[in-house]
Design a protein around this ligand. Sequence first.
Ligand code: ACO
Length: 311
Amino acid sequence: MAIIIKTTGKAIPKKIMHNSDFPASLDTSDEWIRSHTGIGSRYIASEEDTSASLGAEACKQVLANGNLNPQDIDLIICATATAEYQGFPSNACLIQKELGAKNAACFDLSAACSGFLYAIDTAAALMERHGRRYALVCGTEVLSKIIDWQDRSTCVLFGDGAGAALLENTFDNSKRGIGSVILGSDGTGYDALYMADHLKMNGRTVYNFAVGVITETVKSLLQKENINMEDVDLVVCHQANKRILEAAAKRLNADMGKFICNMENYGNTSAASIPITLDDLRLQGKLTEGTTIITAGFGAGLTWGGAVIRF
Ligand code: ACO
């Protein structure tokens, strides 16, 4: 059975915050942020926006793009670290309510910035096991609500937004869709990046971990599929830091031109970054039939993941 990404959508808050908008008291600069991360601006959720409302908006777009009724959806998985309610109900149930997707089973998934990749593999497995046709997989975050705005080492990095994908089980054996997947975790690194009263991070540790796992994940995926970098059109990584992607591309001896970078406009939107990027690529007409992409993500946990996806 092939599980394809049929279409995508996203929801981005209206308010844009440029590097130059940080107060002088933070003692940072556009030059520092750009040169260390590649980030130029990010979007910030309004007081009324929640990760569930942004997620619902992204999923509505997906339904419109896919020309589907909400009742056609069998499953909604929401990857988020900033759910509207702490504990329960899940964002996925709130999204279901907004859409009227009454036939869907709904739950949230916690794997931080790797969440979207964990969620598409989980959705694909459930769709195959239960013979279901359509799933909505959403990554959504309002990180601006959990960061310490006085901590210049973290608050300049993150942004808000939501992205979503419609997965379809084609019930055939075509080569399209989600191919090899890698998921991994290392709980011994739990304290490199965690959320207590605010987000706390050891930037250097996460940086080194990220370069290493992206490199190894891409290598392993190429090996599993018995392909090489020339067979891959685009590499869509979690958008945390341009330097991480440059270092990984160098280690892979790969053309940096294949590595998509949009953190300049969005900052790091955690679980939302990969689906937002996929939606941008779709709108740019870059996910046409025959396109092969590799995705790779990393985040708190520590967690990582990657997938080969053929359009
Ligand atoms: N503006 C100006 N100076 C700053 C800022 C800032 N915003 N932030 C830190 N600095 C200073 C530090 O205080 C330090 O000063 P010092 O030398 O006087 O002590 C100096 O800059 C260098 O700090 P480093 O932390 O060593 O800078 P580094 O080059 O490592 O860059 C960064 C920091 C950008 C955070 C980098 O480590 C990184 O990208 N790490 C990975 C982060 C990441 O990807 N996180 C998210 C992944 S998981 C998820 O998405 C949830």
